[in-house]
Write a protein that binds this ligand. Sequence first.
Ligand code: PEP
Length: 264
Amino acid sequence: MRQKIVAGNWKMNTTLAEGIELVNQIAERIDQVPQDVKLIVNTPFTHLFAVSQAIAAIKCPFCRSKIALGAQNCADKEKGAYTGEVSAKMLASVGSASNGAPVEYVILGHSERRGYYGETNAILLEKIKLALSEGLKVIYCVGEALEERKAGRHFDVVAEEIKDVLFNLTGEQMKNIVVAYEPIWAIGTGETATKEQAQEIHAFIRSTLAEKFGDMAEETSILYGGSCKPSNAKELFSQKDIDGGLIGGASLKAEDFIGIATSY
Ligand code: PEP
């Protein structure tokens, strides 16, 4: 069975106090989340330590096991003179330092990182390898721009982002990859892919993965991201190849985030 996942991408939002408040509000409502759904909060770097402790402080072990911590990026270098960068090893060290929940996930390949910070498939492959070598799981984002969809190039764009990067991994490494399909035209715009558009490309992603990884593609969770909210999550999540969502704006309100996680 593929893992159902609802992952929040907080981006560059919330002060530390607001982030702690948000995770506490999520924790208060977590008993509403079905047993087979995993929540992930991908916080700014500055919040990881405190949110790790907040998760560890959730009293009921069963509720605690439903939420995991993630980061939004890591460096493409192991360590050294790279001012301002945060390595995969640093991320992996947070849980043990805080006596809290480990950082289990890292988002890589988000279109904002590709677009604003020039992250290429080659850079992303380096980042993914380093993250995996530190025992992190990766939420790898792919997706096309509006012009690419209008030109009917969305399948080619997504195939390239998968083949150039994920096809360089072993089957064993692939077990720790979650793919997120995020059409750039739907991110933060209020415009969502229809369930048919999303299912079509999710099925395509799965069949592309199967070319290299065979049956394992059936086990890979593929999330939809792009203006997903409580009002549209159910129809998206009802699709055969959509295993959950990567949520930006709506992950910043506990009520909406939990509303999405209860939409299966
Ligand atoms: C995202 O950027 O990962 C995202 C899905 O954003 P939003 O939900 O705000 O469209």
